[in-house]
Design a protein around this ligand. Sequence first.
Ligand SMILES: *Cc1c(COP(=O)(O)O)cnc(C)c1O
Length: 393
Amino acid sequence: MFPQVLPTYNRTDVAFVRGEGPYLFAEDGQRYLDFTAGIAVNAFGHANPRLVAALTAQAGKLWHTSNLFRVPGQEALAKRLCEVTFADTAFFTNSGVEACELAWKMARRYQYVSGHPERFRVVCFEGAFHGRTMAAIAAGGNPKYLEGFGPKVEGFDTIPPGDLKAVEAAIGPQTAAILIEPIQGEGGVRVMTPEYLRGLRKLCDQHGLLLIFDEVQCGMGRTGKLFAYEWTGITPDIMPIAKAIGGGFPVGACLATAEAAKGMTPGTHGTTYGGNPLAMAVAIEALTMVMEPDFLPHVGAIANYLQQQLGRLVADHPDVVAEIRGQGLLLGLKLKVPNTEFVTAARRMGLLVVGAGDNVVRLLPPLIITESHVREAMEKLSAAAQTFEAKSK
Ligand SMILES: *Cc1c(COP(=O)(O)O)cnc(C)c1O
């Protein structure tokens, strides 16, 4: 269409001009119910008045000063994040992959300053996704994303998830950390059990490794808790977060315990834009909204309702939908028809959903949806499923 835009995406030929809550409006005036939410980013819907106000108020004052100086927004947000999580410290980035990059750099540095410079390897998992830099595609291990980009960055050992014996076998004298998404998003909405995650914690403690939870997608309220690790009874040492934390403004962060971060001394890491005043103003307002007493209970309740309704979708369309996966509002439909075709069929009905690995369609609605939005989505999903049944008859 426009070769001037590097064609690394198979883009859908729809352009949106405006958003309002969970709805998007295209150039042609068509309205869509957005269960993509910018891939788990727009947790508060589009054009949320409080986020707009936070951004515009800051925009009139100060955009950027660099990290050569104190940035009061960073100090306020880091303090809040540390109050409400396991973390003692936070570094702000512009994206998820930058937060992940710091996570594995920090793990290596921790081992280095702890007298173990030989420990630099990270145990990772099949189906994982950590972004698209050279190290992130090595950590993700997806052969499709690695192809043609030269030698894989050294030090990432990929094994199948779910089996603690396999993890133990993969840990060697050079291992520094274990890196996992508590719920694999892009890989196909695969939920790691609390027992398994607790097992990883134990292995890390036994072997002197750091546990890294990538909560870029599953964090910030999506599972009904602020962060998914809260379901497990254990805490990670390092946690990259991003996507929803800016509600649509690009922000990421790498959270860590003071111990895990002890190697990150002045000069060891940096960023020009990361943690700029605009991003901080929006992220502070976003965190304030998520922490309001009714917010997370609402996510839990509406997620239960959506999951119940989706159970009916499986029962009504057994030749199209195989099962429902996921937790909270990070949900997947494992399909018996090609997921790309289902995404198209749903869009024709006015519902936006997003594909994932393992022939799954992800439902990632804004966290602010209500029962009427769920009912509207169910009608559209059902209509989309019917188009496949009509075909097969
Ligand atoms: C999206 C995602 C990333 C990468 O985030 P970007 O902002 O695209 O760099 C990393 N990890 C997980 C789990 C993600 O879902």
